[in-house]
Design a protein around this ligand. Structure first.
Ligand SMILES: [Zn+2]
Length: 169
């Protein structure tokens, strides 16, 4: 079930700040127990600022041994949402206003899908290379590949030996 926050609730809140504690499951993210987030929504004119902290234990799949492992979530999020389209021709996508600062266009929607925002932030928090453990057995595959590439470096000399053998035939 998607949890959503109404823009008007943020604007009508005291100091235009609305605190929201998320505690639930996210679609397509396996986790041990629920994923939690302490969030603060702030209405700033045409923008809504979201800041907060996300924590919990997600289950990720190891790139090496393909087994599921526990990945600890513990990170800050900061997002900006534009109530109106920033550019008429560029709607529905994130717009980079400054390097590393993105604004998500709400396309006139009257609510923010908290579950979706958290899903995106968790996906971004996962490392590019997901490895269950430094000593993961699946790592052997990569060590073997390294040995092979070392052999390839010797290959030119090996090729000469092969040629000699062929010449003698
Ligand atoms: Zn592994």
């Amino acid at each position: 079930m998607h949890k959503k926050i109404k823009i008007t609730d943020i604007e009508n809140a005291k100091n235009k700040q609305l605190k929201y504690a998320f505690d639930g499951l996210l679609d397509d993210i396996d986790s041990i127990g629920t994923i939690k987030a302490d969030l603060l929504f702030e209405a700033m004119g045409d923008f809504i600022k979201l800041s907060g902290h996300v924590y919990g234990i997600a289950l990720s799949t190891c790139d090496l041994c393909l087994k599921q492992y526990e990945y600890k979530l513990n990170f800050d999020i900061e997002e900006m949402f534009a109530k109106k389209s920033l550019y008429e021709n560029l709607s529905g996508k994130e717009t980079e206003i400054k390097e590393g600062e993105f604004v998500t266009d709400l396309e006139g929607a009257d609510e923010i899908d908290v579950s979706d925002v958290l899903y995106q932030s968790v996906i971004l928090d996962f490392p590019n290379k997901k490895v269950c453990d430094i000593n993961c057995n699946g790592g052997d595959i990569f060590i073997r590949e390294d040995e092979n590439s070392q052999k390839k470096e010797i290959d030119p000399r090996m090729a000469i030996f092969k040629d000699i053998k062929i010449d003698r035939k």
